[in-house]
Design a binder for this molecule. Structure first.
Ligand SMILES: *Cc1c(COP(=O)(O)O)cnc(C)c1O
Length: 420
């Protein structure tokens, strides 16, 4: 059974101060996950997690992760600016983007971020943009073909199979690229790949590590480039459905360690640092979307209309993603009613749940939509003139803090130009 991290009594108190809908985050859970991840890779002295900012670009959240020792992985100009504002400096920042505008490379370079190139042609583009190749540089690898691990359908909707995905260098381009970068002044090299998203398998990272470690040995031996770090990127998933089993990060860390001992250590590369860029795994389970039941509609189905909609959480509309729903205060009631839980957008895919067994719902009930801590609020938008919700933090001491205010109509109108 999936249990919300917030009780009905807590929620009833919170909604007296903050109107629904809102995203709520659990500080205690975030810190526990960050510590468990760090412990799982503590065998590697250079290990570091660079949190994927795009998952939850909220200063208070980044601050917590910074206190836990994480860096940040940025993919755009504003994410770089946000990270700088939050006090991340130099190599605390990884910059992994694609189709990158010149101004983004310029800022990443100015901040001293580690730049992770997505394509061979970006070597000259970077040099032309910032005037030099930084001493530390990373390249993203795409092995092509098909990468299979279990049946993570959604993973392939987000990422596609490697052969069909737009990211990364081919193997041949990597060898040529490393030689070229070395000739242009690079001294410390990184290797990165992201092959599948939301994997529910303790084998994904070890399998990816095996691929990257073998390639790193060949690259270092053939090109003489010093491989300083290997970045396993994101992709470790979370159990969105109650019947799914969570990944065990300790087992994952141990699997990567075994590949490291087997492949890198015998090649004399035991000093390579392992990096990760997890987003979903770090934050997903530690956020929820809280929404109030506004209407019932009895037509061909039983509809429950809520005050949140797809602008607050687009994953169900975009990927058909499952998000568990708990009716707050009815955690132990039998799920003997079948509902479609819907938002108010003029889009028929604006449904948080379709034909979902739930306890009997009453007007005014609070619904907790689970696992919205990553790729939830951050994927929000303003379609239908809907305004993005607030974000709240349930702190370790049990009190609640506003960490992002809800948008107001003034925000909505701020970019509009009205003719006189
Ligand atoms: C999105 C992204 C991540 C994080 O992915 P998750 O599946 O949330 O772990 C990491 N690295 C890069 C380059 C990304 O684009």
């Amino acid at each position: 059974m999936k249990k919300p991290f917030v009780t009905n009594a807590q929620l009833q108190a919170i909604v007296r101060d903050y109107p629904t809908p809102f995203h709520l985050y659990d500080e205690k859970g975030i810190r526990q996950t960050a510590r468990a991840l760090k412990a799982a890779f503590s065998w590697n002295p250079g290990y570091r997690e660079y949190f994927a900012v795009k998952a939850t670009p909220t200063p208070a959240i980044l601050k917590i992760l910074q206190e836990e020792g994480c860096g940040v992985d940025c993919s755009s100009l504003t994410e770089l600016m946000l990270s700088e504002k939050c006090g991340f400096r130099g190599h605390d920042i990884m910059f992994s983007s694609n189709e990158t505008p010149a101004e983004e490379y310029a800022l990443a370079h100015k901040l001293g971020a580690v730049i992770n190139l997505d394509d061979f042609t970006h070597i000259d583009f970077l040099k032309g943009t910032v005037g030099e190749i930084p001493e530390t540089i990373s390249c993203r690898f795409n092995p092509g073909g098909v990468f299979h691990l279990g049946e993570s359908h959604e993973g392939f909707q987000v990422m596609d199979t490697p052969e069909d995905s737009k990211y990364g260098f081919t193997r041949e381009q990597l060898f040529e690229g490393f030689r070229k970068l070395k000739a242009m002044g690079a001294k410390r090299f990184g290797l990165h790949a992201f092959l599948a998203s939301n994997t529910l398998s303790n084998d994904y990272y070890p399998a990816l590590a095996g691929i990257l470690f073998r390639l790193a040995v060949e690259l270092q031996q053939e090109t003489g480039c010093k491989i300083a770090f290997i970045n396993l990127s994101g992709g470790v998933g979370i159990p969105y459905r109650p019947e799914e089993t969570a990944n065990d990060i300790a087992v994952i860390g141990e699997g990567v360690r075994r590949a490291f001992e087997e492949i890198l250590v015998p090649a004399g590369m035991g000093d390579v640092a392992i990096y990760t860029e997890l987003g979903r795994y770090m934050l997903g389970p530690h956020g929820c979307l809280v929404t109030k039941v506004l209407h019932f509609k009895h037509t061909y189905r039983e509809y429950v209309g809520v005050d949140a909609c797809a602008v607050d959480l687009i994953r169900p509309a975009m990927y058909g993603a499952y998000h568990h729903i708990t009716v707050s205060g009815k955690e132990h009631a039998p799920c003997d009613h079948i509902y479609d839980v819907v938002g108010g957008l003029c889009e028929n895919n604006d449904k948080f749940a379709i034909q979902r067994p739930l306890p009997e719902i009453k007007l005014g009930d609070l619904l907790v939509i689970h696992d919205t801590g990553a790729h939830g609020h951050s994927m929000g938008y303003n379609y239908n003139g809907k305004l993005r919700s607030a974000e709240l933090l349930l702190q370790e001491n049990g009190s609640v803090k506003l960490i992002r205010r809800a948008e107001t109509p003034e925000d909505y109108f701020a970019t509009m130009i009205f003719e006189e």
